[in-house]
Ligand binder design. Structure first.
Ligand code: ACO
Length: 219
């Protein structure tokens, strides 16, 4: 039987894409595809921010300094880009005023009649509490529902992670339930609250809602 062929763009809709920019108290937030040359800032910030990040991230193999060394980015970047080109992931860098400020990723993209994925993010400790993550979540959620054609996004967060809970609530996600012993984080199986949003709930989009409530402005 002849192989079914698809237009190239239908294999990875929304990638590479430009979710856009917003103005928040911290500066101009932009979300763009991860780049190989992010290595320097990615590593510098993550090595410095171990205490800020490690307690919330999935347990990794090997010591933090090795996993986050300059030389470990190229393989991570290549793996993310490979998944993106297969339509399984949308891995973005967050910048503030043009400078690397964190990452936001839409992962485990399932299509067919589910059209669902998870979203996860982190932001440099130097610029927290400035609205950056909330803006990035709104930008990427709208992008996932429009350009990438998804229907539902899920975010799982530890009940103790107050800043991340605030981000999801401000961005327009709603709490669905508790996943017990869901994910291996910082060396143990941790409960996670499940937040989600579906396309129908977003109206004119989460970005538009963020702007109309005064939490962000168009840039
Ligand atoms: N206790 C309670 N609320 C807090 C605290 C705290 N210790 N610190 C910050 N906040 C609030 C802020 O006041 C703000 O809420 P407000 O606008 O109502 O005042 C909110 O949390 C943060 O909103 P933003 O400024 O949009 O978010 P920020 O850019 O600071 O990034 C983030 C938040 C991503 C959680 C950052 O702190 C971070 O990178 N943390 C470590 C990694 C992490 O936890 N990632 C998320 C994992 S869960 C997931 O990915 C779904």
């Amino acid at each position: 039987m002849a192989a079914v062929t698809y237009p190239v763009e239908s294999r990875h809709p929304g990638w590479p894409g430009k979710p856009g920019r917003l103005r928040v108290p911290a500066g101009i937030v932009e979300v763009r595809p991860v780049r190989l040359r992010d290595a320097g800032e990615w590593s510098r910030i993550r090595l410095r921010d171990r205490a800020h990040l490690e307690q919330w991230e999935p347990t990794g193999i090997g010591p933090w300094p090795d996993r986050n060394a300059f030389w470990s980015w190229p393989s991570q970047w290549a793996a993310l880009r490979g998944l993106a080109r297969r339509g399984q992931c949308l891995p973005f860098t967050i910048t503030v005023d043009g400078r690397f400020a964190g990452q936001i990723t839409v992962g485990n993209v399932i299509r067919a009649s589910l059209r669902s994925a998870w979203i996860g993010y982190w932001v440099s400790s130097e610029i927290v509490r400035g609205g950056v993550a909330t803006a990035a979540v709104a930008l990427v959620t709208d992008h996932a529902f429009e350009a990438a054609g998804l229907h539902r996004l899920e975010a799982t967060v530890r009940p103790e992670n107050n800043p991340s809970l605030r981000v999801l609530i401000k961005a327009g996600y709603r709490q669905e339930g508790l996943f017990e012993r869901y994910l291996d984080v910082a060396g143990a199986w941790r409960d996670h609250l499940c937040f989600a949003v579906t396309k129908e709930e977003t109206g004119d989009g989460l970005v538009s809602r963020l702007v109309s409530t005064g939490r962000a402005g168009y840039a």
